[in-house]
Design a protein around this ligand. Structure first.
Ligand code: LCV
Length: 259
């Protein structure tokens, strides 16, 4: 069964997350279909892409598929993790990607939409950065993604509380581009895509890649990187990490002990 649906018309590609039973959790299977759709659009010469859930979705995406996270002793968000591959595919896709948001967005799905180029949401959407709720040590490039989407103060509040923020606040702090009514969301995003598609695709693609390279250029010394990796290993080797994953699977609140 396809976990995403795709459409390609007038040089605009549309990808619809279509696994409502698992709230579009970013499983290895769903991510593989998503990346394949982006490659298909790249070959077809797409000039803009819209990434959305099914109309009226209560949950846009519940984030990383927790069932696929290791239960300890291994980096849960290593280079080849599906979420990492998805974010890199979005960031390096030549055409701008518009994230069209209805419903709630969780964890790695927040990073996914922030990797998109433009985010348009309906007023009752929310966004929750969840590593602290699960005991997960988020990875370095993921933190850079968050830092480039909002002020350090906002990122700290989102990361340390794990609490959802509203679309209205996300727009006010510059984390998303537009908040529009549910009845105009589709036409708003289509008009945006058509405007982009009418521009010079080489100029647009080169500016997208320039902005990616420049925005990601954070000077980190080898020593600094190794320190961060050591901190992350301490977390994913901890009792709290194993507890966070187990609690989610057992549908109970986690009890963190700080080691
Ligand atoms: C697997 C799921 C998921 C899911 N994975 O419906 O950013 S990090 O570091 O945290 C990163 C590691 C990450 O992204 O982690 C995931 C972060 N996501 C979350 O914390 C959201 C987890 N989901 C929820 O809180 C609820 O599912 C929401 C509030 C989204 C919807 O609640 P609701 O009561 O409507 P259920 O919880 O009953 O979910 C329906 C089915 O989807 C599964 C869930 O286990 C259930 O499956 P079963 O019916 O087989 O039990 N599901 C939901 N989220 N991230 N599976």
């Amino acid at each position: 069964m396809a976990l995403v649906q795709t459409q390609f018309k007038d040089a605009i590609g549309t990808i619809v997350l279509s696994h409502p039973r698992k709230h579009n959790a970013l499983s290895r299977e769903l991510v593989a279909e998503l990346i394949a759709a982006l490659e298909e659009f790249r070959s077809a010469g797409a000039r803009a892409v819209i990434l959305r859930a099914l109309p009226g979705a209560k949950v846009w995406s519940a984030g990383h598929d927790v069932a696929e996270l290791p239960e300890g002793r291994r980096d849960p968000l290593g280079w080849d993790d599906p979420l990492r591959n998805l974010v890199r595919s979005i960031e390096t896709h030549p055409a701008p990607i518009i994230a069209m948001i209805e419903g709630t967005v969780w964890g790695g799905a927040v990073e996914t939409i922030l990797a998109c180029d433009i985010v348009v949401a309906v007023p009752d959407s929310t966004f929750a950065v969840t590593p602290a709720r699960l005991g997960v040590p988020y990875n370095v490039s993921g933190m850079v993604s968050f830092m480039s989407a909002g002020s350090l103060r906002i990122v700290k509040e989102l990361a340390f509380t794990g609490s959802p923020i509203s679309a209205e606040r996300a727009e006010r702090v510059g984390m998303i581009n537009h908040v529009v009514g549910a009845d105009e969301l589709e036409s708003f995003c289509r008009d945006l895509a058509q405007t982009i598609a009418a521009n010079a695709p080489l100029s647009v693609a080169s500016m997208k890649e320039q902005l990616r390279v420049l925005a990601g250029a954070k000077p980190v010394s080898p020593r600094g990187f190794e320190k961060v990796q050591g901190l992350r290993r301490m977390v994913y080797d901890s009792l709290d990490y194993a507890e966070g994953i187990r609690a989610f699977k057992e549908k109970r609140a986690p009890h963190f002990v700080g080691r």
